[in-house]
Design a protein around this ligand. Structure first.
Ligand code: GTP
Ligand code: MG
Length: 425
């Protein structure tokens, strides 16, 4: 394990033929469920990196079914892990072996890192045997009580249970919950979505990773699986239609560039008086909202609110515990915090940093809830700060030319210009 790698991780563990690799390939690599029949057993640990944008970035580790976790296991593995997903084959009753292994993994991992979350995927709940929901609930209750019994209340770990199958949406729903545990900004994202739905008279809003169709956040109202299925199917429709009819400016189909595109939108009217509204808000990230038709009368207002949400989301690329916005190599503390927030932003242009700082200002003021006040404050602050930012940028250039290059021919290039610039604020 790389000690310096802080990317959140999901460990897929469990007995042979439980369905670990199938889950990974169906959810993240677009393998059709039927093709998993031809998957071979996993001979060694396989690592898959998922990196769509600044919010959705993690790794999934698929372990062979034979892996034993004990004191000889590299402790680094669990110290850096966020979620352990243990896959149990629901069709392999009475689960004695699987549960004994689950107990071992939970005890061992929890001892090393008590912050780890455990998700038990009661998998393969499909086919005639699992047709009724009652049977699924029954099995979940059985496994829950047996595992609790095995652990004998000795381990105070966070354990969540899901009934899943690769043949329907359940595995995507379960993985959505898992991925959400890897996003530190989730509570604020949920608050933003709640603000969005109340101010825009929406019924529900999901933020989807369009490639895998897992939702990385939704407003705090309970999730209805049927609505989730509809929204996730809508993403397929948009991608398919884009593939066939969409053409990007460079002549390539829009679908082929969907990972870079953040402008797609689509409305689907349902025959029950509601509609689905999809709008891409970032690379690979789409907001899918459910609305009553009568509340879609002022689409421009809705679009404006989504734009504000989009700016708030940009702002969330920074940790909210210690917001430090970097403008042209200059750290401006918006409010004090423990750590600088530069991770992953090394490639940003100065203009992107400035734009992000303004997005942050707009996002913060959008929490005032008072529309008129929000516009006045954010525009006012922006008007005051823009000349200051430009001044800072020009000072950096002047400093480099006058001090570094002319003074000593570049010998002091190591000096940080930010110390000079910081005093200007
Ligand atoms: N009915 C059903 N079969 C599934 C499901 N998921 C996976 N399978 C089947 O289960 C079998 C084993 O799947 P794998 O993904 O190879 O299992 P694994 O846990 O990775 O196995 P190892 O690599 O040996 O540890 C395959 O034939 C899959 O088609 C499911 O949701 N329902
Ligand atoms: Mg496998």
């Amino acid at each position: 394990m790389d000690e310096s790698d802080d990317t959140p991780k999901v460990l897929l563990v469990g007995p042979h033929r439980g369905g670990k690799t199938s889950i990974l390939k169906v959810v993240f690599q677009k393998l059709s469920p039927h093709e998993t029949l031809f998957l071979e057993t996993t001979p060694k640990l396989e690592l898959t990196s998922i990196s769509r944008n600044s919010l959705v970035k993690f790794k999934v580790l698929d372990f062979p079914g034979s892996t034993v976790f004990d004191d000889s296991t590299d402790p680094m593995l669990f110290s850096k892990t966020c979620v352990v997903a243990f896959v149990i084959d629901a069709q392999e009753e009475p689960y004695t072996m699987a549960l004994a292994r689950a107990k071992k993994v939970i005890e061992h991992a929890h001892k090393i890192n008590p912050k780890i979350s455990f998700d038990i995927l009661i998998h393969k709940v499909d086919g005639a045997k699992f047709f009724s929901d009652d049977h699924k609930t029954e099995i979940q209750t059985t496994i829950h009580s047996k595992l609790t019994e095995e652990l004998q209340d000795k381990v105070d770990a966070r354990i969540t249970f899901h009934c899943t199958s690769i043949y329907d949406h359940t595995i995507f729903e379960a993985f959505s919950k898992i991925v959400q545990k890897l996003i530190p900004q989730l509570p604020v994202l949920e608050q933003c979505l709640e603000l969005l739905i109340t101010n825009s008279r929406m019924e529900k809003a999901y933020l989807f990773d369009v490639v895998s169709k897992v939702y990385i956040a939704s407003d705090p109202q309970p999730v209805d699986l049927q609505w989730y299925e509809l929204c996730s199917d809508m993403i397929d429709v948009v991608i398919d239609v884009s593939c066939i009819y969409g053409l990007a400016e460079d002549g390539n189909s829009i679908a082929s560039s969907i990972e870079r595109d953040a402008k797609s939108s689509c409305v689907i009217h349902l025959n029950n008086g509601t509609l689905l509204y999809l709008k891409e808000v970032d690379r690979c990230l789409a907001l899918v909202c459910i609305l009553r038709e009568e509340n879609f009368d002022r689409q421009h207002l809705l679009d404006y609110n989504i734009k504000v949400f989009r700016e708030a989301k940009l702002f969330l690329y920074y940790h909210l515990t210690g917001i430090s916005v970097s403008v042209a190599n200059l750290d401006i503390k918006v409010h004090g915090g423990p750590e600088p927030l530069e991770v992953g932003l090394e490639t940003w242009e100065a203009t992107e940093r400035v734009a992000c700082a303004f997005a942050a200002i707009r996002a913060v003021t959008s929490f005032t809830r008072h529309r008129a006040l929000e516009t006045v404050i954010s525009e006012g602050l922006e008007a005051v700060l823009r000349p200051a930012c430009l001044l800072v940028q020009s000072l950096i250039q002047v400093y480099e030319e006058a001090v570094i290059h002319e003074d000593d021919g570049g010998a002091s290039e190591d000096e940080e210009p930010s110390s000079l610039v910081a005093s200007c604020w």
